[in-house]
Design a protein around this ligand. Sequence first.
Ligand SMILES: [Mn+2]
Length: 308
Amino acid sequence: MKGYDVIGDVHGCYDELCELLDKIGQSSERKLIFVGDLIDRGPKQKECVALVRELVEHHRALCIMGNHEYNAILKRLNLRLKKDLFSLPFCDFVNTDRDFYYDSIEWMKTLPLWLDLPSLGVVHACWNSRLMRILASYLDSEHRIKDDSFFAASSKNASGCTVTKIADAAEIILKGTELTLPEGEYFVDKDGKSRKEIRYKWWQSVTEETRYCDIALSVGDAVITDKKLGQIKGWIGKEPPKLIVVGHYWLRSRSPDNVTLEDAAFSDKVFCSDFSCVKSGRLAAIRVDLACDASVEKVWVESVASRS
Ligand SMILES: [Mn+2]
């Protein structure tokens, strides 16, 4: 194995995906990996699912679960979602192509929550060993949710209302960590919605002197308060043990013509592959070259422009 090519959130951008795959080229020496969120928002969801599924089934690619696949599965199983979510366009296929819909959901259920490969970890939003240990008994040896664990993995507990420990852990792994801003503080997100919660830099260690603006993640141009965090009980931030690639965060490259490594680097160990292709950004692949001893030799990025 000479390397990994980790492709960011595709969200139905099939034409861009084909172009990126052409650019990367096929090699049995490199492993192609999808970070999840193949579906929703974009124009060609069905083609994306069919292509990635074919690549996975022919052992030419690996694909993990994104929060959009997770939500689609929970909706299909009639399990209550933690928050009242934005619409799930993929679930509209239940009306237009029922066989495809049911079949695809069954396939999505087989996607692992993360990949723990030599020299590389891949997860949709947040790598955290403590949460991964909490999830272990609900997953098989390949980190796929066991069939009888989807109930526990949704937000219901036995009494039907409280969020379970595994549901919390799965949500954080797939959607990232959130922190409530101090009383009266909010920001406006990419969809124009006011939010009191910020995503935060889960790979960063903090002290009581750390300010909210220091750890806020993917808040665009919004100004976040410089108040100090103060109490940091329950903080789960921790530097990961190896190179990690995630998707999920709707990054924008500094230049519309390419994505640089600097654009993609959250830290020297954590890289993000999601450059908002479905919102006129770019579809990117984080490419990891391995040395003979399987250690990381080089990380670089290749990308194509959105056609929308
Ligand atoms: Mn996502």
